[in-house]
Design a protein around this ligand. Structure first.
Ligand code: MTE
Ligand code: MO
Length: 425
């Protein structure tokens, strides 16, 4: 893909767009630069194949897939990050997406033991421990209980983890792509717990997966009684196998690790379990050797997805800057954007639904004269919390950490449009 600003003959879209905008009386600065007159364009003057021949019938795509021209839109992994693809991660192509919903087939995946292949007829969820009545639910039992729909982001605590010691990976897919945003359908966990009846000393739950890693995490009962869902559907259809089919925990605003997939067991106890994933992993080793533990909530964060290293600027004049902001503590109240490394800030235009603990889409419509840009975004959430700089984070947390890096990201756009991951002091 060329990152040079486009020269050459005007495209049809460009010509019509300019004429239409002029007709609507927009300010001159909002118009793309244009040549004197459009060159003759065969895409306008000649009939194309797709306009001449019958297309495929309705019997060819019982389950639809994207256009063959969209094959570059895919999850990507970084082979040197992990020892095997079964205990690994791939990344959401954030720079190719818009709006707030992540298409199911593009949601990043994080597995500790590969994808469990579960026949829902043979799947069970057991609730036991400090309960009046231990219970075993089939999938059909769960689907006969009152259900709810909620859109939430899931962010792995290791998202941006490679960036603690400085700019590393060249693309927002890799620096920020361990996040997805999905509409879930499921049963509130508090309803399942009410059926089993919590004993008075019930304080913690242990959630366990049915995959080969049997991954487990401790969840405080208070959160379980608040907004946790036991979900069987995402984006209107059954969960994808990668996302925990047939059943997963949805723990809004909290780190992805605790969203146990292929959920098969909930044990009720009075203390946390000190599982591997909450002791050796997903804890933050501080500069003084102490370790932050049970840091469940994902603080406010944002990233400019376009332009970014995989999506350079290609045109001078009118451009759309786009990005995502989210907070595990509520909604996004405002996003500030700078194009000059923090000298000037403006409020971005938020468009689309602004939901609790959900990705939120923002835009800045701007003119580019071809100068170097240093682009940053800064999220402010409904609690008033302001996304910190990386320097501010390092002051408190040191550089031993892998997890919970919500620092401000910088992209440098060069005069030729190429865009790179950088840090500025
Ligand atoms: N059973 C089970 N649940 C799991 C995992 C796993 O390996 N096994 N990975 C966890 C981690 S670390 C994350 S970040 C999220 C990733 O969810 P996703 O694959 O839907 O993106 O699932 C969590 N739940
Ligand atoms: Mo994770």
């Amino acid at each position: 893909m060329s990152s040079e600003p486009q020269a050459g003959p005007l495209s049809r879209r460009r010509f019509l767009g300019a004429a239409g905008a002029a007709g609507a009386g927009l300010a001159a600065s909002a118009l793309p630069a244009r040549a004197q007159a459009p060159a003759p364009d065969p895409l306008i003057t000649e009939v194309q194949d797709w306009n001449r021949y019958l297309g495929e019938g309705v019997d060819k795509r019982p389950y639809g897939t994207p256009s063959r021209f969209e094959k570059h839109v895919m999850r990507r992994d970084v082979s040197w990050l992990t020892a095997s693809p079964e205990s690994s991660v791939n990344f959401t192509p954030l720079h190719e997406l818009d709006g707030i919903i992540t298409p199911s087939g593009l949601c990043f995946e994080r597995h500790h033991g590969g994808i469990a292949d579960i026949d829902p007829a043979n799947h069970r969820l057991m609730i036991h421990g400090l309960v009046e009545k231990p219970l075993v639910f089939t999938m059909e039992d769960i689907k006969r209980m009152p259900r709810q729909n909620h859109v939430h982001f899931l962010e792995c605590a290791a998202n941006s983890g490679m960036e603690w010691r400085g700019a590393q990976l060249n693309g927002c897919q890799f620096t920020h792509g361990m996040v997805h945003n999905v509409m879930y359908t499921g049963v509130p966990l508090k309803l399942l717990l009410a059926e089993a009846g919590l004993k008075p000393n019930a304080k913690w739950l242990m959630l366990e997966g049915a995959d080969s890693s049997g991954m487990n995490r401790s969840l405080p009962v208070m959160k379980a009684l608040d907004d946790v869902l036991i979900a069987f559907a995402m984006n209107g259809e059954a969960l994808r196998p990668e996302q925990g089919y047939p059943l997963r925990a949805v723990v809004p605003g909290w780190e992805g690790n605790i969203w146990v997939k292929w959920l098969r067991r909930i044990e009720v106890g009075d203390m946390p379990w000190q599982a591997r994933e909450e002791t050796s992993k997903y804890t933050d080793l501080l500069a003084d050797g102490r370790s932050r533990r049970y840091t469940f909530i994902m603080d406010a964060k944002s990233v400019v997805t376009n332009p970014s290293p995989q999506a350079p600027l290609k045109h001078k004049g009118r451009n759309v800057l786009s990005g995502l902001a989210w907070s595990g503590r509520g909604t996004i109240k405002r996003v500030d954007v700078t194009l000059d490394g923090g000298k000037n800030w403006q409020s971005a235009r938020i468009d689309g639904p602004v939901l609790e603990k959900s990705l939120t889409r923002f835009y800045v419509d701007f003119d580019w004269a071809g100068q170097e840009l240093l682009i940053q975004s800064r999220a402010i959430d409904s609690t008033g919390y302001v996304q910190p700089t990386k320097a501010e984070l390092r002051k408190v947390r040191g550089v031993n950490s892998i997890y919970h890096n919500n620092g401000i990201q910088t992209w440098q756009v060069r005069p030729n449009g190429e865009t790179e991951n950088v840090e500025i002091a």
